[in-house]
Design a binder for this molecule. Structure first.
Ligand code: AGP
Length: 612
């Protein structure tokens, strides 16, 4: 939610910041802005995409070797030029960008108004820049100290970057519950919401912790203090990220690239963790806490969105293979209930970004109750990765399309390996099932490749149903969460209303929706419940629904009754979601493209949901 990028050094700031904003646009894209210091302070803001900002700036003064930029996902105040960041203080000296929400902004606004402050926007952010200026004046404080004092008053979440025309050789950044990364170059510094705008210039970064404030100076020095002014000694990390990973690489959209990367990303998630010939699976992070995990009374998965769907499959896997009781929780619900969490529980958070506010809050809650915290995360160095006691990276590489695809399949890989590892440790899985699953697992990348080759056929089916207003997705067992995920993919990028249901539940309500205009996507790959799925399809056909069935190669029976079928290769049932989700990703992608939707940046959404 909102992307921040800032620069101070010897280079011109504008091109660095604009390029950085393009990289961060996945985080929010309803307006963008930039402020540059060149003796004077120039601020440019525009509703719309970064491109709209660039068009607006054309021919204006863009010189300056210090600058801050922002791409917004609106929380307080509609998306327009005025509410766009940066926000400027009353005197016009300070400019500030913010990602997060200042919850007590109306009280602060009232107090500042009484002191004579006038506000232009409807945002919470503008209050903060006025408050900082107020403290600068009241107490004659340098910028970093005024920031510290203001943040002590602010309740909520923030990553901020601020600079001062009167003190042009420094930039101050701070974070609490929203990410901020410091990039350290040769006599230059970068601050950004993630490392993607930084990597072109330096691989040395510091991930700021909550309530830390960093001051970077043009002379090449920097200092990190906490909100109580204690000097910190943060660890400088070297990140391993290649610029090509951030490009579309010849594909029309990041989502399409990411769908097609899956044979490789699935392999990456397995690398070094499985060897079928030698008969072992090992998941590093889990081994570090194996006794506590294998003896856990209960495992609680907490996640949101697509990661929550992966967690649901995790429940099937852990119960089936490792016989451990599992609960799957929406992080946003768990955090506000009064849940029973014990020290003997293990909480596993799943998150692509590692920054989802609700998931982080659920972990904080479980931490207080003494549970072991485990993270299954893609984004290296992210807040969840740092908060948890242990965890496993999924190694899917940067996922830029807002709709999650490759991260989902990599999450499934890690969950499967964890379940296998645990099943072996607990003695709940037979040697032969274990071995068969290991061999089947190693074949998954090539089977995904085979499915991807059916792209043209899937595109054709997409063309047949692209004008639908609703769609139903049905699946059973391991493939019920895939029905949910297929429906989510369709609604988020094509804006077609879609529902996922356990196939047998259809009779208990949704069947009333079925008519000749309703496409019903049925995941019919379960060997164990094949006849039951066939009956469900018959029930849909009897009401004239349009059936698109995902079937196993060589299927005869369903082909006779479904309107369209997409064949996928056979695998063992616990692994089937890794294959059955692929055609659903492609189907929603093609439908969205045909409907003229912005696939990578769907309306109202942002990749990383760092606010509640
Ligand atoms: C998926 O396509 C989404 N856009 C969204 O549901 C996402 O999965 C959710 O916001 C969770 O994000 P996370 O995995 O980064 O925590």
């Amino acid at each position: 939610m909102c992307g921040i990028v800032a620069y101070i050094g010897n280079q011109q700031a504008y091109p660095i910041i604009i390029e950085g904003l393009r990289r961060l646009e996945y985080r929010g894209y309803d307006s963008a802005g930039i402020a540059l210091l060149n003796g004077d302070l120039h601020t440019y803001k525009k509703k719309g995409k970064v491109q709209d900002l660039e068009n607006f700036i054309d021919n204006k003064n863009i010189s300056g070797t210090a600058g801050i930029g922002h791409t917004r996902w609106a929380t307080h105040g509609k998306p327009d030029d005025i509410n766009a960041h940066p926000h400027v203080s009353g005197s016009g000296d300070l400019a500030l960008v913010h990602n997060g929400i200042i919850e007590n902004y109306s009280q602060l606004k009232e107090a500042l108004s009484e002191l004579g402050h006038k506000f232009e926007s409807e945002t919470d952010t503008e209050i903060l820049v006025h408050l900082i200026e107020e403290y600068q004046k009241q107490d004659n404080l340098p910028l970093e100290k005024a920031v510290q004092k203001a943040l002590k008053k602010a309740i909520g979440a923030y990553a901020i970057v601020v600079f001062d025309r009167k003190d042009p050789n420094k930039i101050v950044g701070a974070r609490k519950s929203s990410p901020l990364v410091l990039g350290i170059g040769a006599d230059e510094f970068f601050l950004a919401s993630d490392a993607t705008p930084i990597i072109k210039f330096t691989n040395k970064v510091i991930y700021l912790n909550d309530e830390e404030i960093v001051t970077v100076n043009r002379n090449g020095s920097y200092e990190v203090v906490n909100i109580d002014n204690q000097v910190q000694s943060p660890k400088v990390q070297e990140i391993d990220l290649k610029i090509e990973e951030l490009e579309k690489g010849g594909y029309d959209h990041f989502m399409l690239k990411e769908i097609h990367q899956q044979p490789k990303t699935i392999l990456e998630s397995m690398r070094g963790r499985i060897n079928a010939d030698q008969g072992w699976v090992t998941v590093g992070g889990m081994q570090d806490h194996i006794s506590r995990i294998k003896n856990a009374d209960r495992i609680i998965f907490a996640a949101c969105g697509t990661s929550w769907h992966a967690a649901m499959i995790g429940e099937y896997l852990f119960e089936d293979l490792a016989r451990i009781p599992v609960e799957v929780e929406y992080a946003s619900e768990l955090r506000y209930r009064n849940p029973i969490i014990r020290e003997s529980d293990v909480i596993i958070a799943l998150s692509q970004s590692g920054e989802t506010a609700d998931t982080l809050a659920a972990l904080e809650l479980a931490k207080k109750k003494g549970a072991l915290l485990y993270g299954i995360v893609n984004n290296v160095g992210s807040s969840i990765a740092r908060l948890t006691d242990s965890g496993s990276y999924i190694h899917a590489g940067p996922e830029i399309g807002v709709a999650s695809t490759k991260a989902f399949t990599s999450q499934l890989v890690v969950l499967t390996l964890m379940a296998l590892n645990l099943g072996k440790e607990r003695g709940t899985i037979s040697e032969s099932t274990y071995r068969q699953l290991l061999f089947a697992m190693e074949q998954i990348p090539s089977k995904v490749e085979q499915i991807l080759q059916q792209d043209e056929k899937i595109k054709y089916i997409a063309g047949e149903i692209k004008n639908s207003q609703n769609a139903l997705y049905l699946g059973r067992g391991y493939n019920f969460p895939i029905a949910l995920e297929g429906a989510l993919k369709l609604k988020e990028i094509s804006y077609i209303h879609a529902e996922g249901y356990p196939a047998a539940e259809m009779k208990h309500g949704p069947i009333a929706l079925i008519d000749m205009y309703m496409p019903v996507v049925v995941i019919a790959t379960n060997q164990s419940a094949y006849e039951k799925i066939v009956s469900n399809i018959q029930e849909v056909k009897a009401r004239k629904g349009i059936v698109i069935a995902i079937v196993l190669e060589g299927d005869v029976e369903i082909k006779k009754i479904a309107d369209f079928t997409i064949e996928i290769p056979e695998t063992l049932e616990p692994l089937s979601p890794l294959l059955s989700v692929i055609p659903l990703q492609l189907l929603s992608y093609h439908i969205a493209v045909m409907r003229g939707c912005n696939v990578d940046q769907p309306r109202n959404l942002a990749k990383s949901v760092t606010v509640e």
